[in-house]
Write a protein that binds this ligand. Structure first.
Ligand code: GLU
Length: 490
């Protein structure tokens, strides 16, 4: 049965539940994409919930960063901060009463107790367990007499360890052993709930049908299942996502493995389309060889049962390659619209130039860009005259064989020819360059290489006739003359 068929009689509600502890790690962002896609393809609801109960790790401004990042890659939430709905509030710190109400249900059922044990005593228990080479389980030290719970006291869940089975949408049928189940803290001394408790209450009260989150939560499933059971709740579907692996493939992607934050990639000129495409395909494919997926394609094609079990390797080169593909695709669809998105990426020297001129530059260079950030390094000579650097001519493989005299002659002939052209257009320039090739008897790599270097002193430029046509005649000739003069001076 298809996912769609299974879900027809149930409104799909998914969520992304980040903690505002800094920028969104790239791996976390994937945990936002899949629930978004599943909600959209089922005409369901996608909720953004901010899990801000860990005050020690809270970072000011992180929520805004999360919201910006989601909006940037096009994951608009149906309910969440700044967008009301039936399931608010959407910040956990504003839901305290709800957690207390649910915690009281557990107390009433004899499934939660106030823990009077001081933390240094707990530390001693831990030491003892480690001395005896035993895994530490708090329930082995459960206090006999517990006071009545009141705010300010940690509240613990009372475990009833047993084998618990569940089906994971990615990892299949799972059995959680009794040793994984313990008396975990559900409400901390500061009155706020732990993740372990809060997410269950929130997912239940928000009507979440599918939980998408990293596989690091798998080992805790025994505890979660026990809490669902104690609260009389039907667990939702669990979609645990395999780790994203470091580029080396042998460990989980960490902060030091070169993956930047979404904000940094954005500043480098990675397009949100490429980022969404890249992250969605980290560990998922639709079974074809296709590589380019728009958000609409993904909404159509994504399916949970094609998420790979094995961790996906984080390959930044793939992201950059995809970005280049997206630049080409978007240019072909609507060049002006893509150009409008290049504003922040031009070299400083471009500021004085009109959009019309910059668009001409963009139109001849876009298909060589890997990121919009490349504009900064690859287009400078369209805006300022480059410094003549004869060593670049001397080190050029094709030009090495020519004498200074031959170089000057070739440039002189070029200047004369181009001076006389009736029109300064790519076609006419192309013909003129071909004639020059014949007249000088030089090889294309020599003649074109020389002209290219003289006008750009850059390692690379777009097709020569295009480059010349954009840089105007006066300027192009002046640059070639400057090289001739530099040789004469030497
Ligand atoms: N706040 C948790 C995190 O950022 C969310 C995990 C979940 O989605 O349940 O890892």
């Amino acid at each position: 049965m298809s996912m769609r068929a299974i879900l027809t009689d149930m409104k799909v509600v998914t969520r992304f539940a980040p903690s505002p502890t800094g920028y969104i790690h790239i791996g976390n962002l994937r945990s936002a994409i899949y629930p978004y896609l599943v909600a959209k393809q089922n005409e369901g609801t996608f909720i953004l919930r901010i899990e801000d109960t860990d005050r020690a790790r809270y970072v000011e401004g992180a929520t805004d960063l999360i919201k910006d990042t989601l909006q940037w890659i096009g994951l608009d939430w149906d309910e969440g901060p700044d967008k009301g709905g039936d399931h608010g509030p959407y910040f956990q710190t504003q839901r305290q009463e709800i957690y207390i109400e649910w915690a009281k249900k557990l107390i009433a059922a004899g499934r939660a107790y106030a823990d009077p044990t001081p933390s240094d005593q707990i530390a001693k228990y831990r030491e003892e367990a480690s001395k005896n080479k035993q895994a530490f389980l708090y329930r082995n030290y459960r206090p006999e007499n517990t006071p009545e719970w009141e705010p300010g006291m940690p509240l613990r869940f009372k475990a009833d360890p047993k084998e618990r089975k569940y089906h994971d949408e990615v990892f299949g049928d799972k059995v959680m052993l009794p040793e994984t189940q313990d008396d975990i803290i559900i409400i901390k001394a500061d009155g706020l709930p732990t993740y372990n408790f809060a997410h269950i209450v929130d997912d239940a009260t928000m009507g979440i049908t599918h939980i998408f989150r990293g596989q690091e939560y798998l080992p805790s499933m025994g505890n979660y299942l026990a809490i669902y059971e104690a609260l009389g709740l039907e667990p939702p579907k669990f979609v645990h996502l395999p780790h994203i692996l470091a580029p080396t493939g042998n460990k989980k992607l960490g902060k030091r493995d070169g993956a930047k934050s979404a904000v940094d990639y954005r500043a480098d000129g990675i397009l949100p389309e490429a980022m969404l495409n890249f992250l969605a395909c980290l560990g998922w494919n639709d079974g074809t060889e296709d590589e380019l997926y728009s958000k609409e394609d993904l909404i159509k094609k994504f399916s949970i049962n094609r998420i790979q079990h094995a961790g996906a390797r984080y390959d930044e080169q793939k992201l950059i390659w995809l970005n280049g593909q997206w630049i080409r695709k978007l240019f072909q669809e609507n060049p002006k619209a893509l150009f409008a998105r290049t504003k922040d990426f031009w070299p400083e020297a471009a500021a004085k130039y009109s959009d019309e001129y910059k668009f001409q530059v963009f139109a001849i260079i876009y298909d060589r860009l890997k990121t919009l950030g490349d504009l900064k390094t690859m287009t400078e000579y369209f805006f300022i005259d480059p410094t003549v650097d004869l060593s670049m001519v001397e080190q050029n493989k094709a030009l090495k064989k020519l004498s200074e005299r031959e170089i000057q002659d070739a440039l002189r002939q070029t200047v004369d020819k181009l001076k006389s052209l009736e029109e300064w257009s790519p076609e006419i320039l192309q013909n003129a360059l071909n004639e020059l090739l014949e007249n000088t008897g030089l090889k294309p790599a020599q003649l074109f290489g020389l002209i290219r270097l003289s006008i750009s002193f850059a390692p690379f430029s777009p097709a020569l006739h295009d480059t010349l046509s954009v840089i105007n005649r006066e300027r192009a000739l002046a640059r070639m003359n400057a090289v001739i003069t530099a040789y004469t001076r030497d």
